[in-house]
Design a protein around this ligand. Structure first.
Ligand SMILES: N[C@@H](Cc1ccccc1)C(=O)O
Length: 477
C-alpha cells in the first residue's frame, strides 16, 4: 500500500477508533483542516479511516424567548397574580390582553386553572419546565434539554436554530509497515551525521509505470534527408544548390528533352509567365543538336527548335536541372556532386503523389567510369540506407543511355521503384562541353522515407501530427 506523506502524518497523530471533529484532528496532527480532510478521504478509500458529515443544529433564543427568560413566562407571571381568584378583566389589565391570552391558554392546557363566571381560580401550581430549557439553551447547553422541550419551545417560537455541518474523522486501522520511520531522501546531512545507521530506507517500486518523456528531436523526414546527405559526403561528393525557378532551357532543353515531350506540357509542369534572355555558343549548340544532331553523330529530334520555349521559366520538375547546369560550368573531370532539394510537378494529391517533393540527385563525371560503376554506386548507397535487396529495371529518359529504374525490396510491399538513373547521352554532354562520361541519378526521397518509416501515405510527412511524430524513434533501429 502506498501512502502519501499527509496520510502518514494523520495516521500517526490520531488515536485508533476515536472520533475526532475536523478541528480537533487538525490540532492533534498539526495539519491544516484542508489537508486533514484530503488525507482522511484518501485513507477512507483504503479502508483505513472513516469520514462522517453530521448536520448539527445550533439553538438560540428568539427575542421573545430572551424577554421571557428575563421577565418570566406569561403563564408563570399569571400564576403569581393568582394567589387569589381574579376576574378576567382585571387580569387582562395587569398582563395586557395578548399576554394574558397566551398565559391562560397554557395554564388551561396544563389543567392548572378553572374559570367560573369570568373569575379565574388557580387549582394547582404547574411545573415551568420551559423556563429551565430556555436557560440551558441561552447558556449554550442545548444538549441538556429534552427533545420534547425543544419541540415545544420551537412551536412557541421562543427558540430558533442554525444548521451547521460537522465533519468527524475516525482512524479505523493503522498499517504497521507503512508507518515505520523510513528514510525517503538520502541527503548529505544524513550521510555526514551518520544518522542513516540502523534506519530503514524506503524501497523504490520499480513496477510503477513511469511517465513518457518526449524530448525535442528533428522531424523524421529531415533526419532521413540528413542521413542521405551524410552518405554522399562520406563518399567524397560535393553538395550543390540551385534555384527553384529555372529556365525551361536548363530543366528540359539542355537535357535533350524534345520540345514536344509530354512532360513539358502545361498539364505536367508549372510555368511562370516570365522569360529570360538566352544566347551564346552553348544555346546555339543545343539548338543544333535538337534540330539535326550537330557534331554528336546523332540525327537530333528534327524540326525547328524554338528559343522562346526554352526562355520560359518553370518551377523545376527535377533536380537534374541543377546538376546539368553545374556540369556545364564545371566540365572538366573529375566531378562528384549531389543535390537534395524540392521539385514541383502538377500532380493530383493522393497517398503517393504530391505537387512538391524532394529528390536526391547526383552525378559522377570522369574519364573511366561506366554503367557498372553507376549500378555499384547506387547499390552501395541503398545498402548504407538499410536496403539490402536492390535491382535495376531498364528505363527510358531522353538524356541517358542506358537508363535504369532502381528498385528496392520492402517487406510486405514488394519491389518499389525509387527514381531513375543512367549515363548521360553525348547529345547532352557534347553541346555543353562536358568532357568524359557522366553517371547520373535522381531518387525520390519521399518514397525512401515512406519505406524507412513504414508509412502508407506520403502526406503524413507534412502533417503536424504530434502523436505520430512522437512515436517515431529518434534513432535508427
Ligand atoms: N530526372 C529523373 C531521374 C533521373 C535523373 C538522372 C538520370 C536519369 C534519371 C526524374 O526526375 O525522374
Amino acid at each position: 500500500m502506498v501512502l502519501s506523506p499527509i496520510e502518514i502524518q494523520l495516521l500517526k497523530a490520531l488515536e485508533e477508533g476515536r472520533r475526532y471533529r475536523l478541528d480537533e484532528a487538525a490540532e492533534a496532527s498539526g495539519m491544516k483542516k484542508d489537508a486533514v480532510l484530503k488525507a482522511a478521504h484518501l485513507l477512507q478509500e483504503k479502508g483505513l479511516a472513516k469520514v462522517e458529515t453530521i448536520k448539527k443544529r445550533i439553538y438560540r433564543l428568539t427575542g421573545e424567548g430572551e424577554r421571557y427568560l428575563k421577565e418570566g413566562l406569561p403563564e408563570e407571571r399569571l400564576v403569581k397574580l393568582l394567589h387569589e381568584p381574579k376576574h378576567i378583566k382585571d387580569l387582562e389589565k395587569e398582563l395586557g390582553k395578548q399576554e394574558f391570552g397566551i398565559a391562560l391558554g397554557w395554564l388551561r392546557r396544563k389543567k392548572a386553572v378553572e374559570i367560573q363566571d369570568g373569575v379565574v381560580r388557580l387549582v394547582r401550581v404547574p411545573e415551568f419546565r420551559e423556563k429551565g430549557a430556555l436557560r440551558a439553551i441561552s447558556a449554550c447547553n442545548a444538549d441538556a434539554v429534552s427533545e420534547d422541550d425543544v419541540k415545544s419551545l420551537l412551536r412557541r417560537k421562543l427558540i430558533d436554530f442554525d444548521e451547521e455541518k460537522e465533519i468527524y474523522v475516525t482512524v479505523l486501522e493503522k498499517p504497521e509497515a507503512e508507518l515505520k520511520d523510513y528514510v525517503t531522501d538520502l541527503t548529505p546531512e544524513i550521510l555526514t551525521s551518520g544518522s542513516w545507521k540502523g534506519k530503514e530506507f524506503l524501497k523504490y517500486d520499480i513496477t510503477i509505470p513511469s511517465r513518457d518523456i518526449f524530448t525535442a528531436k528533428l522531424h523524421p523526414y529531415e533526419r532521413i534527408i540528413r542521413e542521405c546527405r551524410k552518405i554522399f559526403l562520406e563518399m567524397g561528393f560535393t553538395e550543390i544548390k540551385g534555384h527553384y525557378v529555372q529556365p525551361a532551357f536548363w530543366n528540359f532543353d539542355a537535357l535533350f528533352q524534345p520540345q514536344d515531350h509530354p512532360a513539358r506540357d502545361m498539364q505536367d509542369t508549372f510555368y511562370l509567365d516570365s522569360y529570360v534572355e538566352l544566347e551564346g555558343d552553348v544555346v546555339e549548340r543545343v539548338r543544333l543538336t535538337h534540330e539535326n544532331g550537330w557534331e554528336t553523330g546523332s540525327t537530333g529530334w528534327g524540326g525547328v527548335w524554338s528559343i522562346d520555349r526554352a526562355r520560359q521559366l518553370v518551377l523545376r520538375t527535377h533536380t537534374t536541372a541543377i546538376t546539368i547546369h553545374y556540369l556545364a560550368e564545371n566540365p572538366e573531370p573529375p566531378v562528384k556532386a549531389f543535390c537534395i532539394d524540392r521539385v514541383y510537378r502538377r500532380e493530383t494529391i493522393d497517398a503517393t503523389h504530391l505537387p512538391e517533393f524532394d529528390q536526391l540527385e547526383g552525378v559522377v563525371l570522369d574519364e573511366n567510369v561506366g554503367f557498372k560503376d553507376l549500378l555499384g554506386l547506387l547499390k552501395e548507397f541503398f545498402l548504407k540506407m538499410g536496403f539490402e535487396d536492390v535491382r535495376f529495371r531498364p528505363g527510358y529518359f531522353p538524356y541517358t543511355e542506358p537508363s535504369v529504374e532502381p528498385e528496392v525490396y520492402a517487406e510486405g510491399l514488394g519491389w518499389i521503384e525509387l527514381g531513375g538513373a543512367g549515363v548521360f547521352r553525348k547529345e547532352v554532354t557534347q553541346p555543353l562541353g562536358i568532357k568524359g562520361r557522366v553517371l547520373a541519378w535522381g531518387l525520390g526521397i519521399g518514397r525512401l522515407a515512406m519505406l524507412r518509416l513504414g508509412m502508407k501515405d506520403l502526406r503524413r510527412l507534412y502533417l503536424p501530427d504530434i502523436g505520430w511524430l512522437r512515436s517515431v524513434p529518434a534513432i535508427k533501429r
